[in-house]
Design a binder for this molecule. Structure first.
Ligand code: C5P
Length: 299
């Protein structure tokens, strides 16, 4: 007996970052869009909690209790007074440590899969509260579609999306640590009064109407200068995508994946080919948005 859950990656079409809070986190206005790159998480009963991972980048995935999938199983089991005796397998297609919420996706996926395997029937609210405990981006991995995240990004308001969008993602060599990028954001903004983060009305309108040109004009990422400061070569990748016709080019979340919004699927192939030929990234992936959130696909 096993349960498999499919979970999407995300891109932040707006990531507005406020000053550092006393708890070390930053208040955000974080507009998430789920994109069609997926991990699949399969759980089955086992003598104790164990984890395996497959996929081209499986070697970079921690297989101990720091993995959000393992922590999700432990948290859910603890809330129900049961033992987290499952084997979790992650079939990984989302770039690792890439700013696309791959680890968060595995946390949300394992949570939903274990809930089904153990027949717990947790409510959406219960699952979302465990997701928020696991990490700031995990609730969105469960919900999918598009949503505005406030607080540290975990308080979600779902957003209407009136169309579909084509994206290209350039996968960089190696990851970037999210805390390091936020730390660099703080260093770059030392002595500056950082305004409170606010969602952009033109951006929300562009999502609602499905207007790709308006969305391209409105995307922004306050973490981009910090990611570029830590990884200056990302500027070359952004320039290649822009020269190949991308309507917008930005760092995805805390990076180092870069994201290119394009007119349609043909333009996506053109931009992806240019990125692959440029040698400025390890891989280029085409994906549509919005994608649905975590859902059981087998079991
Ligand atoms: O919530 P999560 O565990 O994903 O956050 C990872 C790290 O990213 C935090 O420890 C913190 O350094 C940084 N972070 C932040 N403000 C946020 C979200 C994350 O400073 N809103």
């Amino acid at each position: 007996m096993s349960v498999t859950v499919r979970v999407p990656a995300k891109v932040n079409v707006q990531l507005a970052v406020g000053g550092a809070r006393p708890d070390g986190f930053h208040d955000l206005a974080n507009v998430f869009l789920a994109v069609g790159l997926h991990d699949e998480v399969t759980v089955r009963p086992a003598p104790s909690l164990t984890l395996t991972c497959s996929g081209p980048d499986a070697g970079q995935v921690p297989l101990d209790r720091t993995n959000l999938a393992a922590r999700a199983a432990e948290l859910l089991a603890a809330r129900h007074g049961i033992s987290p005796d499952v084997h979790i397998h992650i079939d990984k297609d989302i770039p690792v440590a890439g700013g696309m919420a791959g680890g968060s996706a595995d946390g949300a996926g394992a949570l939903l899969a274990c809930d089904a395997l153990w027949g717990l029937g947790s409510s959406r609210e219960e699952l979302l509260s465990i997701c928020a405990e696991l990490g700031s981006d995990v609730p969105f991995s469960l919900v999918g579609g598009a949503a505005l995240g406030t607080g540290r990004g975990e308080r979600l308001t779902e957003l209407e999306v009136g169309g579909s969008f084509s994206w290209v993602f350039a996968v960089a060599d190696g990851g970037l640590s999210t805390p390091a990028v936020y730390g660099e954001f703080d260093r770059l903004n030392e002595g500056v009064s950082v305004p409170d983060p606010v969602a952009s009305p033109p951006l929300l309108d562009a999502l609602r109407t499905g207007d790709v040109l308006a969305l391209a004009d409105a995307v922004s990422n306050d973490l981009q200068p910090a990611a570029l400061s830590l990884r200056p070569s990302l500027a070359d990748t952004l320039a290649v995508g822009t020269a190949a016709g991308a309507l917008a080019a930005l760092v995805s979340g805390s990076g180092p994946t870069t994201a290119f919004l394009v007119k349609d699927e043909d333009a996506a192939e053109t931009v992806a080919s240019a990125l692959r030929a440029s040698g400025t990234c390890r891989a280029a992936r085409v994906a549509g948005a919005p994608a649905v959130g975590a859902r059981v696909v087998a079991g």
